[in-house]
Write a protein that binds this ligand. Sequence first.
Ligand SMILES: [Zn+2]
Length: 229
Amino acid sequence: MIPVSQCHVVATNPSSGVVLLQFPNSFDMNWSLFRPQEFYESANDSFRGKYFSVSAYMRWYAMNEHKRKKKSPNATGFDYLDRVLGLNIPGDIFINFFDVFGEADDIRPQEQEVYDKVACVLEVDDLRDTDFYVIAYYQGSGDSSVLDHELAHARFALDPKYRADATRIVKENWSPALEKAMRKRGYGDNVLVDEAHAFSLTQWGKWFPWYLRDKQARKMRREIRKALL
Ligand SMILES: [Zn+2]
């Protein structure tokens, strides 16, 4: 058997409570973390907050997300492992994932390795003793804006004043066009505000080019950057 540690994930702690996982490639990152990530933010209620097997998720993705993204009713596949550039998981959800999937006796070696590295970098025996936030990216995932985007999520979770300011500005400027764009990218209700704030700070033009034409979205982006950068 090939040892799982060959995926060479490196864990660091760039600021208080933030655990940054750096993977050598998109396959290792997403193959290790797609279940905790979807447990946190899947738009599908059958996965968010619940136990699911690898094959159940892959089949659902192939039959729904892949077809939708390829705009073809006959397309099936699992491009998730190439498509996702960075990941973010709040600490309490991360712990809950291991409780729920441990109960089902289905924690994969890749997932266990990540858990062990997170506990090691935070220097705690029990992750319940500390507030933390897990972010991940891989070498070659693009420019530094991927990392900046994930760091914005971590700060949103760990800094109450920052979160309150970001939430207020996003809610004051929320629009049907923004909601539609977020839903189209597959975000569930629980992360809409956080994602809108993170995209306002980073990568906005790349992923939401329509904002250049949308007055409300431009105003939101301006106010967020002024208040939080
Ligand atoms: Zn994000």
